[in-house]
Design a protein around this ligand. Structure first.
Ligand SMILES: Cc1ncc(COP(=O)(O)O)c(C=O)c1O
Length: 375
């Protein structure tokens, strides 16, 4: 077997690995493809600006006070942040009416989902989720050695919780319930979630991913925090969406104290940065403004859904800040047609297109693009 020094190089001197240095199973994972930059697209199309409706961000800028708090915090950036995230966990505890020992924070809720898998699954254990759902789930399963078990969405593009319950085996360690579901916007209601939780063993962690909770208006869609009397339920939340902190990377979970403590053990040290902690504290003081912005998004979501249904009749009702167009094989072409008109959306090849709700003017531009794309 050659030593690394003997491995061949191509004519340009680039290393040609004869030894495999990384795990072979990672070859099966998709490479991250960065979303189209609106600035590049605008330049290419010769437009003053392009519109990005592809990442489920809220379009109204950072909340008042966030920039100032972050600017002040980074004057101490030669120091490590508080690894216990004490002040922020306390503020979250007060806001959500839970004890701070039930809370863990992380570098976005996606990192916390990863830590939860790390804290529950050994290689070969099963991670169960509905599909199609959040794209990160299969990657998290694969990188942690867990086996993905995917249950197809039902005919209405939502979770089929009865089928998910039937798919639980004695290898299942964790189930993800994405509520509302990314990218379809559908949400599970209380009666079906109750039934599901009753049928899943108490030794299986059920993670309710509520990244879009703040946009839910259906009173039948339960707040995951009302299930905390069940020790196997974990609620995952993010400050990236309604709270406008996507770029600072901050999410949190609420769980039984032992589960939260286990996650805090496996979390990457210091991964809740001081900027994220300060920004989150400032954002949490702006709950009224968040509510006002969410109401704007919801009103636009309903308007856009109604307009889209004239073009694509089976657009499901969304409880999130995006809508889903089940265009099947037309998804990629539709995405390209919108881009050609200066609007970046998120197509999933062969399946559908997710479109984030923007400002009224952005949504009008999207609806005009959609109309001509589908004409
Ligand atoms: C369902 C769901 N969960 C979690 C996340 C992750 O959010 P973040 O890592 O920004 O907190 C997202 C982001 O798109 C999401 O859609």
């Amino acid at each position: 077997m050659p030593t690394p020094r003997e491995t061949p190089h191509d004519r340009d001197g680039r290393h040609q690995p004869a030894l495999r240095l990384t795990r072979a199973d990672l070859d099966a994972l998709p490479n991250y493809v960065p979303g189209r930059s609106p600035a590049d697209l605008a330049r290419e199309l010769g437009l003053p600006e392009a519109i990005k409706l592809a990442s489920n961000e809220v379009p109204y800028g950072p909340l008042p006070g966030v920039v100032e708090a972050v600017t002040e915090a980074v004057t101490g950036s030669h120091r490590y942040p508080d690894m216990g995230v004490v002040a922020l966990r306390q503020a979250l505890a007060e806001r959500y009416g839970v004890d701070a020992d039930r809370i863990a924070t992380g570098c976005g809720s996606v990192a916390l989902a990863e830590h939860l898998v790390r804290a529950t699954c050994l290689p070969g254990d099963e991670l169960l989720y509905s599909w199609r759902s959040f794209e990160a789930y299969p990657i998290i399963a694969a990188t942690s050695g867990a086996t993905s078990v995917r249950v197809p969405n039902d005919a209405g593009h939502g979770h089929d919780l009865a089928a998910m319950a039937a798919a639980v085996t004695d290898r299942t360690r964790m189930v993800l319930v994405c509520n509302p579901n990314n990218p379809t916007g559908t949400a599970v209601r209380k009666a079906e979630l109750d039934r599901f939780l009753d049928s899943v063993g108490e030794d299986v962690l059920v993670v309710i991913d509520e990244a879009y909770r703040e946009f839910v208006t259906d009173p039948e869609v339960p707040d995951g925090l009302t299930y905390l009397d069940r020790p196997n339920v974990v609620v995952l939340r993010t400050l990236s969406k309604a709270w406008g902190l996507a770029g600072l990377r901050i999410g949190f979970l609420v769980a039984a104290p032992e589960v939260a403590a286990a996650v805090r053990k496996v979390v990457t040290p210091f991964s809740t940065s001081m900027a994220a902690q300060a920004g989150a504290l400032a954002a949490l003081a702006q709950a009224d403004e968040v509510q006002r912005r969410c109401a704007l998004v919801v009103a636009e979501r309903d308007r856009v859904t109604e307009a889209l249904r004239k073009l694509v009749p089976d657009v499901p009702s969304s409880q999130a800040n995006f809508v889903w167009l089940p265009l099947g094989e037309r998804a990629v072409d539709f995405g390209k047609a919108c881009e050609a008109r200066g609007v970046i959306v998120r197509p999933f090849a062969g399946d559908g297109v997710r479109v984030t709700i923007g400002t009224p003017a952005e949504n009008d531009a999207f609806l005009a693009a959609a109309e001509s794309a589908l004409a």
